[in-house]
Design a protein around this ligand. Structure first.
Ligand SMILES: CC(C)(COP(=O)(O)OP(=O)(O)OC[C@H]1O[C@@H](n2cnc3c(N)ncnc32)[C@H](O)[C@@H]1OP(=O)(O)O)[C@@H](O)C(=O)NCCC(=O)NCCS
Length: 157
């Protein structure tokens, strides 16, 4: 598995990630709520925005298949994993773990001292992924949780 930046010249890769952003919402929030949240056009614009102002990394296997992605940006307070998704056929093979580690390296390179992500409080898999990478978990009043880690020491493990 290779972790590499999305090729911004590839409309196929941009479209794939936009569609998988929608699948993420559907999986985490349920099909009806997830689909109603954002149009595909809006998600495409989000991909392009992150290509311009943040980073999009893809996990690609030896056959060229895109197994997953993570999307990041630097906010004033923290480096943010906006969304991370792995195709069900590739899950529990450390794909997301590799994507997050690559994302942390990128955030460090951007000077971010803190990495964070937000997800629904019911998203056990994502929480376990980030907890296993040394993140702390902070419940929030809005049914989301924040997972966060100091990047200065290089690793929270
Ligand atoms: C969450 C997600 C990204 C994990 O991807 P993955 O490639 O399967 O994760 P990894 O194989 O790298 O898992 C690393 C560790 O995280 C934990 N983990 C991952 N998925 C888990 C799950 N479903 N249940 C419990 N622990 C899980 C485990 O500790 C795992 O290590 P192990 O397999 O050695 O036990 C993937 O399930 C996914 O895309 N889910 C839907 C999208 C989503 O929720 N995205 C986040 C939106 S904010």
């Amino acid at each position: 598995m290779v972790i590499r930046p999305l090729d911004a010249r590839s409309s196929t890769e941009r479209e794939l990630v936009a569609r998988r952003m929608r699948l993420t919402l559907e999986e985490v929030l349920g099909i009806e709520r997830g689909r109603a949240m954002y149009t595909l056009e809006w998600l495409r614009e989000r991909v392009d925005l992150h290509l311009e102002q943040g980073a999009v990394f893809l996990a690609q296997d030896e056959l060229g298949r895109i197994a997953g992605h993570t999307i990041l940006r630097v906010e004033p307070e923290e480096g943010l994993f906006s969304t991370t998704y792995v195709d069900p056929a590739f899950r529990r093979r450390s794909v997301a773990r590799q994507l997050v580690r690559r994302g942390e390296d990128w955030l460090r390179g951007q000077g971010a001292r803190l990495a964070a992500t937000y997800t629904d409080e019911s998203n056990y898999g994502l929480q376990q992924l980030f907890l296993g990478l040394g993140y702390g978990l902070q419940p929030r009043p809005d049914a989301f949780v924040r997972l966060f880690k100091c990047l200065e020491s290089g690793s929270g493990l």
